[in-house]
Design a protein around this ligand. Structure first.
Ligand code: 13P
Length: 253
C-alpha cells in the first residue's frame, strides 16, 4: 500500500482577532522540533492570513483559507477569490464545509466550482463531505457521501491538489465521534469512489482526513483507522496546547 503523508489542518472557523495570532506563534514555538513526515496547516479567518504569514516566517506550518468565490475577480461585494487568498499567503482552501452547505445553501455544483477555482489559483482544495445525523440513522451515509463526492470533486482532481475531509455533520462541535468501524467504512468507501472518479492511481495517493470532534484524547485512535490520512480539527485547533497535543499522536505514529 502507498504511504501517504498525513495532514493535520486546523479550521478556526469564524474565530480569531489579531490577538489570537499569539496561539499561532505558540504553536510555531512548540513545533521548533517539527513532527516528522506530517504536514501541519492552520486555516484562520481570511482577515488574519497576511499577518499569520508574517508571523509564521521560518516555520513549516502552512496556511489555508475556509472558503472562496468560484471566479478570480469581479463585482461580487464581500467575496474573496482563491487568487486573493493565495496572494495573502494561503496554500489551500477548505470548500464545501457542512456549515457552508447548510447555512449558505451551497450545492455540490458550487462546491465543485470552488474546488476548480482553488486549483486554478495553484492551491489545494480541501473538499468536505459528510452525512447528517438523520441520514446516518436512515442508513443513507454512504449514499449521501457518494453523491457529494460525485458532485463536488472535479474530474481532474489529483492527489497533489486535492484533499478530502470526511466530516459527519453530527460529530462537528458535539464531542461525539463515530466508532472506528464507522470511520473505516466511510474512508474505505471514499477511496473506492475516488478511484472511479479520478482513477485508481490518484485515488490511492489522495489524503482523506477525518473531521468532527477530534481532540487530544481521541486523535491516536482515529489516526489508527485504515485510510485516515490526517485530521481536520475545529475547536481544538484554537488553542496551541490542544492542537499540539493532537499532533503528538502523529509523532508517536
Ligand atoms: P470540531 O473539531 O469543533 O468538531 O469541528 C470540526 C470541523 O468542522 C472542522 O472543519
Amino acid at each position: 500500500m502507498t504511504t501517504i503523508r498525513p495532514l493535520v489542518a486546523g479550521n478556526w472557523k469564524m474565530h480569531g482577532l489579531s490577538v489570537s495570532l499569539a496561539e499561532l506563534l505558540a504553536l510555531k514555538d512548540r513545533l521548533a522540533a517539527p513532527v516528522p513526515g506530517t504536514d501541519i496547516m492552520v486555516c484562520p479567518p481570511a482577515t488574519l492570513l497576511a499577518q499569520a504569514r508574517y508571523g509564521l516566517r521560518g516555520s513549516d506550518i502552512k496556511l489555508g483559507a475556509q472558503d472562496c468565490h468560484p471566479l478570480a475577480e469581479g463585482a461580487y461585494t464581500g467575496d474573496i477569490s482563491a487568487e486573493m487568498l493565495a496572494d495573502a499567503g494561503a496554500s489551500a482552501v477548505i470548500v464545501g464545509h457542512s456549515e457552508r452547505r447548510t447555512l449558505h445553501g451551497e450545492t455540490d455544483a458550487l462546491v465543485n466550482a470552488k474546488a476548480r477555482a482553488t486549483h486554478r489559483a495553484g492551491l489545494t482544495a480541501i473538499i468536505c463531505v459528510g452525512e447528517t445525523e438523520e441520514e446516518r440513522r436512515g442508513g443513507a451515509t454512504l449514499e449521501v457521501v457518494g453523491n457529494q463526492l460525485r458532485g463536488s470533486v472535479p474530474e481532474d482532481a489529483q492527489a497533489s491538489n486535492t484533499v478530502i475531509a470526511y466530516e459527519p455533520v453530527w460529530a462537528i462541535g458535539t464531542g461525539l465521534t463515530p466508532t472506528q468501524d464507522d470511520v473505516a467504512e466511510a474512508h474505505a468507501f471514499i477511496r473506492n469512489e475516488l478511484g472511479r472518479l479520478i482513477g485508481e492511481a490518484e485515488a490511492a495517493r489522495i489524503r482523506i482526513l477525518y473531521g468532527g470532534s477530534v481532540k487530544p484524547a481521541n486523535a491516536t485512535e482515529l489516526l489508527a483507522v485504515p485510510h485516515v490520512n490526517g485530521a481536520l480539527v475545529g475547536g481544538a485547533s484554537l488553542k496551541a496546547s490542544d492542537f499540539y497535543a493532537i499532533l503528538l499522536a502523529y509523532r508517536r505514529r
